[in-house]
Design a protein around this ligand. Sequence first.
Ligand code: IMP
Length: 423
Amino acid sequence: MSITAVIGGQWGDEGKGKIVDLMSREANMVARFQGGANAGHTVYRGQKKIILHQVPSGILTDDCKCIMGNGMVIDPVELVEELKMLDEEGVNYKGWIHIAPNAHIVTPVHKYIDYRNEQKTNKKIGTTCRGIGPAYVDKYNRCGIRALDLKDFKNLKKQVIKRLDLAISSGQIPADDRKNILEEIEIFLINSKSIIYMLEDTFSMLHDMVSCDKNILIEGAQGTMLDVNHGTYPFVTSSSPSSGGITTGLGLPLTKVNRIVGIFKAYTTRVGKGPFPTELDDNNGEKFRKHGKEFGATTGRSRRCGWFDAVEAKYSVQINGFTEITLTKLDILDHFPEIKICVGYDSNGVKTKQMSKFISNLSQVKPIYKTFNGWNRSLVGISSYKDLPQEAKEYIQFIESFVKAPIRIISIGPGRDEIIHLD
Ligand code: IMP
């Protein structure tokens, strides 16, 4: 039996989709524990690229139960869209997706508040406008709508309209928009009805799997630096994408989890606003974007790009307790004659290797870099560690020793077989 968690080590978009896709081939169950339609996990079915937002990636594996856990905020309208896409792709999902009754629900009112919040302020977070923050606000304010509330149709409608009117009276939404949002609420209600059959006691399902020694994969979304507790607050998402979120978001103690795999890109990217010490505004940044095809899977926004930040990575290892690391997109560094890794921060002459020291004023720090020689050749076709160029091995070994966690898998291309396993 193995319970494996896959967690984003940076600011999201580390390539978790591919790794989860690979690992879910062996899984009897894949469970999501936080976030919602803000995620975009790119997976492949044969040659066909599929982007999943809410449905766990295990849906592409035969006989794999997919759990949408209590820590998620689920958008029924987006979910129905995703199911339509799965239908078109011929994916058999009926009976395989199970929603926790105590997961919270994103309504059109949440999405509208999110959108308005982003529009009317000059301190934008750069959210995905999927209603994530407002839905979690209602959850923690103890006035949210849970999946189990979808069953009481009349009351559901009343609750959503009451929330809309509260948003209008408190100035969160202009009264002029009421009519349009009411129309969206009608669509929301229809879609909500159609997913009720997925509600299940997922807690028991999960723990039955645990006691039967089955393979369970826990699929994180976003990344550690977007964690509402440990990330670059307030430029974060509203959940805990780090391993700590598993316990509350699924009701599964971390002591049951055998492997906690941290996914890191071989460089760094970020979408949305917020500090990013190694960000590059030069040709190298453009090169990362071009070769790495760095555009968001959910919003299509172009990603900010920069060098690998080992100070950030070490902080992430400390938070998550990664038992191993997967390093993705190493092949993108093929294009760089010289490669840098951030090994410290300098804030007005104060130097540190510990991110927590400056986590609240990260925009002020200047990265201290160590420079490595590039390998100046393509990694395409390499399937074993020993065949990697010496420069690539040095890059990998340096990261391992700095962050104090072993790198076990390296990804060198989008294809499923473009993977190197390290012993
Ligand atoms: P929200 O999660 O939509 O509220 O957005 C909050 C912040 O998290 C913004 O900077 C988003 O760009 C970022 N974010 C949310 N989901 C993802 C993701 O899946 N990948 C990368 N960034 C994300």
